[in-house]
Ligand binder design. Structure first.
Ligand code: HEM
Length: 417
């Protein structure tokens, strides 16, 4: 535990696993999402990433069914379409031009998420207009967050600084796009269709139950899902594919596993058939957790493992500290997906992996992310051989920018198999 007093905050960095469990699970009622996340709240409103207490309980209960295991097969066609689009793009690219994994896989996960969330499959709609608009605004907002996120003394959003005004304009633009998408979806949605998208399901539930998400709450949650679900998965996948390109033997082993199954996974129950591919994703999240730091704020004075925590203290839980502990992860710097052969993703915190957080606030999109992540890896490996641009003995190191992003582009050459 390290304490730093800065900009009017008492910041406590927590690197001890038992303390992390206490904060996230055992005494989670004492700890809410941190004030340091307030800028995020300007984008996601009362959405799940930052709300607390009774409001959080209600939102989590209402959001859950559409992301539960039984609902995931509805989104698989969207995932397939996104990975097929990526493969077609790579096939068309010149063999000598390296692929920038973060850029490419960001597009894959965003296209898939927009389709799963809003049902935006149609090509003209996707490429011609709204995907580009939504993607542009989301990326701009994420950039703003990263720029200001680490600035503890950032001016309050109500101050009319040029940065704040730009930020607020972008939020207004994003909200207008989402309002438009919700209104159009509501118009065409029938009561009897099996909605393949999250928004369609929520709108149908709202028609049946007036206590379900209102239009404003839906907008906050849709924005939350886009912010929470897109970048994290894209960067994790980029690291995963990059490590496969670095290690030809590992790549061949995952390819053999993928070639042995007749189809790409369709449901979470299919994932055990691809234990190595799933391990590659989990190992990428161990070495590069997204986000690497979880933020909480104490709501009351509390004795945490003997440390005196004061109400208002900001706690920064360091996931890399846990994920590099050699007692749990022998040779922690090594990329070794075989660690996860017998790993259950149901009790990840008990198994020292906080890649999806822990306790009641753990990731609601975990099953979605695992299914899509494995599906993308399998789809790409089935179609291509990958190699890095230079035979680098030392992988590109990560750098902290809200997420653990690569400090240089992750470039690979792809060759059709
Ligand atoms: C590899 C991909 C993903 C990673 C690594 C990831 C990681 C996480 C982590 C660590 C948390 C806990 C944050 C905290 O305790 O402060 C979280 C929460 C959350 N995630 Fe994910 N996530 C991923 C994908 C997704 C997807 C695909 C969605 C939605 C479709 C999603 C939606 C959310 C939401 C809404 C929360 C807040 C849950 C709550 O507080 O009740 N995530 N995620």
């Amino acid at each position: 535990m390290v304490r730093l007093d800065a900009a009017g905050f008492r910041l406590l960095q927590v690197s001890d696993e038992a303390l992390m469990r206490e904060i996230l699970r055992d005494t989670s009622r004492v700890y809410r999402k941190a004030s340091l996340m307030r800028r995020l709240g300007a984008i996601t409103g009362e959405g799940l990433l930052i709300n607390d207490g009774e409001l959080w309980k209600r939102h989590r209960r209402l959001a859950n069914p559409a992301l539960a295991a039984g609902s995931l097969p509805r989104y698989v066609p969207a995932m397939y379409a996104a990975v097929a689009r990526t493969c077609a793009h790579w096939r068309g690219a010149c063999a000598d031009t390296p692929v920038d994994l973060v850029t490419e896989l960001s597009h894959t996960t965003l296209v898939s998420l927009l389709d799963s969330i809003f049902g935006m499959r149609d090509d003209a709609q996707m490429l011609g207009g709204r995907v580009t608009r939504v993607s542009g605004v989301i990326h701009a907002l994420l950039d703003e967050l990263v720029r200001h996120g680490s600035a503890l003394a950032a001016p309050p959003l109500s101050w009319p600084t040029p940065g704040n005004l730009r930020f607020r304009r972008r939020i207004a633009e994003a909200n207008a796009i989402l309002d438009d998408i919700i209104a159009r979806r509501r118009e065409v949605l029938t009561e009897t269709e099996v909605a393949p998208d999250l928004l369609g399901q929520w709108l149908q539930q709202r028609r049946r139950d007036p206590g379900h998400f209102s239009a404003g709450e839906m907008r906050d949650e849709l924005m939350t899902m886009l912010i929470a679900g897109h970048h994290s998965l894209a960067i994790a996948l980029a690291w995963a594919v990059y490590h496969l390109a670095l290690d030809a033997d590992l790549q061949a082993a995952v390819q053999a596993e993928v070639d042995a199954v007749p189809d790409l996974p369709q449901t979470p129950e299919d994932l055990p058939q691809l234990p190595l591919a799933r391990g590659v994703l989990l190992e990428a999240l161990r070495l590069y957790p997204q986000p690497p730091i979880l933020l909480r704020e104490a709501t009351a004075d509390h004795s945490l493992g003997g440390y005196r925590i004061r109400a208002g203290d900001q706690l920064l839980l360091s996931i890399p500290a846990l994920h590099h502990d050699p007692r749990h992860w022998p040779q922690p710097q090594r990329f070794d997906p075989r660690r996860f052969t017998d790993f259950s993703t149901d009790g990840m915190m008990q198994a020292h992996h906080l890649g999806f957080g822990g306790g009641p606030r753990s990731c609601i999109g975990r099953r979605f992310a695992l299914l899509e992540g494995v599906l993308v890896l399998a789809g790409v490996l089935r179609a291509f051989r990958l190699r890095t641009v230079i035979s680098d003995a030392t992988p590109v190191p990560p750098r902290f920018a809200g997420m653990l992003v690569p400090s240089a582009p992750l470039l690979v050459r792809v060759q059709a198999r």
